[in-house]
Design a protein around this ligand. Sequence first.
Ligand code: 5GP
Ligand code: MN
Length: 341
Amino acid sequence: MDFKGSQDIQTLKEWLSGANRITILSHTHPDGDALGSSVGMGLYLREVLGKDAVCLVPDPVADNLQFILPEGLPLMDFKTCPDACRERIAGSDLILLLDGNNLSRTEALEPLVSASNARKVLIDHHIGPDREHFPLVFSTPEISSASELLYWVLKALGPQPLPLGCLQALLTGMTTDTNNFANSVYPSTFRMASEIIAAGADRDAVIGQLYNNYRENRVRLFGVMQAHGLKLLPNGTAYMILTREILTRFDIREGETEGLVNVPLTIGGVRLSLLLKEDQGHFRVSIRSKKGTSARLLAQEHFHGGGHENASGGKLYFPADVPTPGDAAALVEAILMQYCR
Ligand code: 5GP
Ligand code: MN
């Protein structure tokens, strides 16, 4: 994973040095990798290059991921301050999209970014990069995360050493996307982690914040869903539905259901797990699978989504896809039974 000397790095270097107002974008409901890579980039641009750089996301940052955001790095979200976001995008001369392969992953921001004359750079690890909107693309699907990809890009850009805060954010993003080194781990991933820890990053603090800092009700919801909400189908697929009712009963906040979709895959015979989470007018769909079964195709074919081979997501709209939320279980069962024969 060595970008040193590549033409794209040279171009990025020139674009960064020529830019004054830089905006770093990521996808809706930003996860740990979206935020880790955005913060890593933001700190590099501000602390190393001295640029006016801000992070901008479509939705507010979940409480359990707030720890990734450092003081001194502005982050704005479109839901909370749409006018300021509009102004920022219109006034930017360089826009970077991290952890999203397509401008459409920014949803409400898409028309604003499309209309801007800023130079646009994509740094991402999903297949199918959006070259139409982004003339400069760093796209590597055989890598753990956008955070890891950005680490190798920043190393090639230099100078060394990179700021510790930047490294710590990238370590955090990589840790969430690999589920703490459980999946999408490559030799380069261990090299990155090893170098960052050697540079002084506090991995214990990252793990503590990510995995040992939940609220009690999140743990209790997981117990109830595992005992009563988990449906196992005879073809080795599983699904769970988080209704508005149960989310309200357990007072579940954004980000707190992270990890639930992985639980059914710990059963030997299960090869694909699907989680529906009720939202306004749609369910958010999360899919995870074991090697040999494609989560990505299921998301593309049935849920208006996409993602990685074994970790994908999308949406199920009501009434467009399913008449009412109560009809979702029957539809999902039919889809799963037909998809995995
Ligand atoms: P999660 O289940 O954690 O929300 O999402 C897992 C992965 O699925 C994400 O990293 C992303 O690659 C992909 N993904 C999630 N939601 C969507 C979506 O609405 N559209 C597309 N194209 N990909 C999604
Ligand atoms: Mn990612």
